[in-house]
Design a binder for this molecule. Structure first.
Ligand SMILES: [Zn+2]
Length: 229
């Protein structure tokens, strides 16, 4: 019997507490060839683990990732019941996902994250992955729209410092603000934040990020010169 790259995971909804199944990818099937300049992983095979990051509760519609906290601030559960659960028609996301299934799941999670007032760093990560999915579909306008939402959320995360205790370091947050600004054509913000990354390089042992920041900054200068000439 050939081993499938996928396995079923039993998940408990953090909102209604009911159980449902969701697919995950076995880690030994994950082969990252390279990462784009905004960390989008490019895989060697068709197995794309981040399509399965969002758990969509089939019972109440609440959609979340492992990054969501279990705590619901006062009033947020009521808002979720009103805006999500009362309209929810049973929809099953438990099988293999197409890009468009994943887009639906991520968009639900972004709405739920906002209603729950989830950390900005978590909301930023959701918006960035939506942008990657649109990039895969070559839907440029939507890709830009969600990169902009991600950039705003990373700015909020940076000022609230709510990335503390997550896998995102301060340097990575600054770098992503810069790189997303560059990609959406906001060169002023891009330059401001790339220079912050370079200024802080001695404080962090993340040479790869510094190198990526220098490359992107160089590319911006090059593009500017080719426009001028
Ligand atoms: Zn639920």
């Amino acid at each position: 019997m050939e081993l499938s790259p996928y396995y079923e995971k039993q998940v408990e909804c953090i909102h209604c507490k009911k159980k449902f199944k969701s697919m995950k990818v076995r880690s030994n099937f994950v082969k990252v060839k390279e990462n784009a300049s905004d960390f989008q992983p490019i895989y060697e095979n068709d197995v794309t683990p981040f399509l399965y990051n969002v758990f969509v509760c089939e019972h109440c519609g609440f959609s979340f990732t492992e990054d969501f906290t279990k705590y619901f601030a006062p009033g947020t559960k009521e808002a979720i019941n009103e805006k999500i659960t009362s309209h929810w028609k049973k929809h099953d996301f438990s099988g293999e996902r197409t890009i468009s299934d994943a887009l639906q799941a991520y968009k639900l999670a972004l709405v739920c994250g906002s209603l729950k007032r989830e950390k900005h760093i978590t909301q930023a990560g959701l918006a960035l992955r939506i942008a990657w999915l649109y990039r895969t579909l070559q839907k440029r306008e939507q890709e830009m729209r969600f990169m902009e939402i991600a950039r705003e959320q990373y700015l909020e995360a940076y000022s609230a410092e709510d990335y503390a205790g997550t896998s995102m370091s301060e340097l990575r947050v600054l770098y992503l603000i810069a790189e997303l600004s560059r990609r959406i054509g906001d060169s002023k913000q891009a330059i401001r934040y790339f220079s912050r990354v370079i200024e802080k390089q001695r404080l962090f042992n993340e040479p790869k990020i510094i190198e990526m920041a220098k490359d992107s900054w160089q590319q911006m200068r090059y593009e500017k010169e080719s426009v001028a000439n």
